[in-house]
Design a protein around this ligand. Structure first.
Ligand code: PLP
Length: 375
């Protein structure tokens, strides 16, 4: 069967912005208060309602991780165990404060942190476990918390992929030690750029609040009222990692539309699952899309050559794809002496297909036909 490839580009991911976000940004611009102020406060209040505990907004997800590590008291030389199969942001956040990322393996099914491998990598210097909620699922998160508890470690969840996901009836970010989210352009909700740290530990969150504003103590309360401090105290290293009103205005409208945005992602992922779950040579991550809000849709092939052929066909049909991710222990900055078997095999076999709320079922049908070489 011959079919002419559409010239239309099918994007891997996309910021999906409505008139509501545009109007909200114009309102901030008209008010002439673009920096951190009342919109950020409003967005944080909405997020706190969403998670059921406080959230502190920052400039991006990487900053959220860095500030969480710093505020928890991770120091230069401390070790943070993190899966190698993650965006380099997780690793850079760790080295930004001088700590050492210890790359660990993933579970072959979920591509989330492999707790058996984690156990082998704990040393006297280990302070934090940083599981990454790959594609939106959390893997065996309760086992990660169990190991952390047994070894007096804390868990900082890199939940950048999992905004909106629930685990055992609880929203990711709404339980556990610390969770960090990203609101960059392509995440489940966006502020353009942005991120947040969620926790129940109020002292810890205050440290994050101060550190995002150059360490200026208690400046956040003034900024929320569109004011700032002139006579202030600084006793810790801080960064300019706060969120702006422009970003928060986008985030507020995205969060109001989250039911639509999340359900659309889940619906598209279900459509992929329906079409690809019984295809020979392809395996899917076994998510329950009643609970998981997927950030990416990653499939695995039984061989690299099969995957590479599909990549060529997608290119020929103007369908973008992703490789999430090049393992961090393959990068010169983070190279290890040891092999991470499941990460390395997964990297040679995985492929991410387009997923964003502006796609339709017919796009998914077309992509799956191309993947399966139906024409
Ligand atoms: C997006 C992302 C981050 C960082 O978020 P930014 O907002 O882009 O800084 C961290 N970890 C993972 C797994 C991500 O996908």
């Amino acid at each position: 069967m011959e079919k002419i490839a559409p010239n239309k580009l099918t994007r891997l991911s996309k910021s999906v912005i409505s008139d509501l976000e545009k109007q909200a940004v114009i309102k901030v611009l008209d008010n002439g208060f673009l920096g951190m102020g009342s919109e950020v406060k409003e967005f944080e209040d909405m997020l706190s309602d969403f998670f059921g505990r406080p959230a502190v907004c920052v400039s991006n997800g990487t900053a959220a991780l860095q500030l969480a590590l710093q505020a928890y008291g991770v120091s230069p030389g401390d070790e943070v165990i993190v899966q190698s199969l993650t965006y380099v942001a997780s690793f850079q956040a760790i080295t930004a404060i001088g700590a050492i990322p210890v790359a660990c393996d993933v579970d072959p099914e979920t591509l989330c942190m492999n707790w058996r491998d984690v156990e082998k990598r704990i040393t006297k210097k280990t302070k934090v476990l940083m599981p990454v909620h790959y594609s939106g699922g959390v893997g065996e998160l309760d086992n990660i918390y169990r190991i952390a508890k047994n070894n007096h470690l804390i868990v900082i969840e890199d939940a950048a992929h999992a905004f909106g996901t629930t685990y055992k009836g609880l929203r990711v970010g709404g339980f556990g030690d610390i969770a960090c989210f990203s609101f960059d352009g392509i995440k489940n909700i966006t502020c353009g750029e942005g991120g947040c740290v969620v926790s129940s530990d109020l002292d810890f969150l205050n440290k994050v609040r101060n550190a995002r504003l150059l360490g200026v103590e208690n400046d956040s309360q003034k900024r929320y009222l569109n004011k700032r401090s002139w006579d202030f105290e600084v006793s810790n290293q801080g960064w300019r990692y706060h969120m702006s009103n422009i970003m928060a205005a986008i985030g507020i409208e995205q969060l109001k539309r989250f039911t639509y945005l999340s359900k659309k992602r889940q619906k598209l992922a279900l459509q992929y699952t329906k079409l690809l779950s019984n295809v020979e040579g392809i395996t899917l991550i076994d998510h329950n899309y009643d609970h998981v809000v997927p950030h990416i849709f990653t499939i695995r092939f039984s061989s690299q050559s099969q995957r590479d052929h599909v990549m060529e066909r997608l290119k020929d049909n103007h369908i973008q794809f992703g490789l999430h991710y090049k393992p961090n222990h393959f990068l010169s900055k983070y190279r290890t002496h040891y092999i991470l078997k499941n990460v390395e095999l997964a990297y040679s076999q995985l492929l991410s297909l387009p997923l964003h709320p502006d796609l339709e079922d017919s796009d998914i049908d077309f992509i799956c036909d191309i993947v399966q070489k139906k024409y």
